[in-house]
Design a protein around this ligand. Structure first.
Ligand code: HAM
Length: 424
């Protein structure tokens, strides 16, 4: 018989207990805030067609080039499915396919999502092959006020999660014509420095020069910061005004952002505003959240052009910078100890009644001694212990111990629910 590997697949992980609870806390806080800002949930499939990402993220991006998990179906080479590497493309596809777009073209809609994404990256700290994103997409407006709202929403979420020490970086790539001007400008500025760039960046120079700006190699980073890039050199009047209006709106509500002309974001669909939230505690993979406008994506996917903007947080990265506030205390308030089989049956009935009264409680499922059961109760940090043995069953009573003061008393069986309610 072959032995089954018990470890999770490389770059994926089993999320247990406290960590799962931290993720749940993040989810519920985020859902609360998204709802306040008028976002509604969307769930799109994990399986999408490969073409969707080629058309939206671009053929020359790292994600499409190297990081998609492809599922080839036998005898059907033309329709390759992939595990979604991100959610924006799928959401825009769903928007175009839905009656929202078909019946009321260009209607404005605010959506949020939570779910797993998959990228076949080389696993390292903060970089998983299956990770979770929580994000929003606002589709149907090119208002600069919306950009400010979206960025301030990311900021509000971080504040609500008590996360501090982060920086919001912001830039504008401009419209498609501006982006072309920017890539020409980048190529011009880098031309005489090509031999100093890493091999990957020399390749990026031709394929997707924006990605040189993201390179983690120290030599490339040094070259990039010395490039004399200026938004005035590549943004048209409309895009420059749009960007200034975004900054002004952010300032009006006190959301602090750092302008960064080197922030490009590698994905093809971005236009105009792009932003990233970075946190120094994350190490090399320091982006907690990333987003921006994608005003041409609906058109690239076969619809009419509509302005749109969104962001996504990496949930594992959020959890790793969120402090101890997240460790949820035990919710169990009562532990039922039983001393024999008859008492076990009665204890199970009592357990059921307590839960019907919404009282979180736990029970001995492991045939343990009295001492071991008491230890379990202590480990769970319960407020009280109910003990059932032969005498208690005979007298229709329970022994009740208040774990705070250690006082033990005998209580009539029918009074126990009220007693526990008083204590919790
Ligand atoms: P992204 O920058 O590819 O953007 O990912 C967003 C966030 O997901 C990152 O900032 C990071 O926190 C997290 N993340 C990405 N890859 C990994 C990984 N391998 N392991 C752990 N966490 C990771 C997008 O996905 C865009 N769809 C964001 C967006 C939404 N733009 C507009 N709307």
């Amino acid at each position: 018989m072959t032995i089954i590997r018990l470890e999770s697949v490389r770059g994926t992980k089993d999320i247990l207990f406290e960590e799962a609870e931290v993720l749940r806390d993040i989810e519920s806080k985020a859902q609360e805030i998204f709802t306040t800002y008028g976002y509604r949930q969307i769930r799109t499939p994990i399986l999408e067609s490969r073409d969707l990402f080629i058309r939206s993220l671009g053929n020359e991006t790292e994600i499409v080039g190297k990081q998609m998990f492809e599922l080839k179906r036998r005898g059907d080479d033309n329709d390759v499915l992939v595990l979604r590497p991100e959610a924006t493309a799928g959401i825009v596809r769903a928007y175009l396919a839905s009656s929202l777009y078909r019946k009321r073209k260009k209607s404005f809609i605010k959506l949020y999502y939570i779910g797993p994404m998959f990228r076949a990256e080389r696993p390292q700290r903060g970089r998983l092959r299956q990770f979770h994103q929580i994000g929003i997409e606002a589709i149907g407006s090119d208002s600069a006020v919306l950009d400010a709202e979206v960025i301030s929403l990311a900021d509000s979420l971080l504040k609500a999660l008590s996360i501090s020490g982060y920086t919001i970086k912001i830039n504008s790539l401009g419209c498609l014509k501006d982006k072309k001007r920017l890539s020409d400008e980048l190529r011009r500025l880098l031309e005489d420095k090509l031999s100093l760039l890493c091999a990957d960046c020399r390749d990026r120079y031709n394929r997707n020069v924006f990605r040189v700006l993201d390179c983690k190699n120290d030599a490339c980073k040094n070259i990039v910061v010395k490039l004399k890039l200026s938004r005035k050199n590549y943004l048209c009047k409309g895009c420059l005004e749009h960007f200034e209006s975004v900054l002004d709106n952010l300032k009006s509500i006190g959301t602090k952002c750092q302008e960064d002309v080197y922030l490009a974001r590698g994905l093809d669909y971005y236009t105009r505003t792009v932003f990233e939230v970075v946190h120094p505690a994350l190490g090399a993979q320091d982006a907690l959240c990333a987003g921006g406008r994608y005003d041409n994506l609906t058109e690239q996917l076969g619809g009419e052009p509509v302005g749109a903007i969104g962001f996504a947080f990496g949930m594992e990265r959020l959890a790793s910078v969120k402090d101890s506030l997240s460790i949820a205390p035990s919710k169990n308030s009562v532990y039922i100890i039983t001393l024999d089989k008859k008492a076990e049956r009665e204890g199970f009935v009592l357990l059921h009644q307590l839960r019907e009264n919404n009282i979180p409680c736990e029970f001995n499922f492991e045939d343990k001694s009295l001492k071991a059961q008491m230890r379990s109760a202590n480990n769970l940090g319960v407020k009280s212990v109910i003990l059932l043995g032969e005498d208690e069953l005979k007298n229709n009573t329970v022994s009740f111990k208040n774990m705070r003061d250690g006082v033990q008393e005998t209580i009539k069986r029918e009074q126990i629910i009220d007693k526990v309610k008083n204590i919790t």
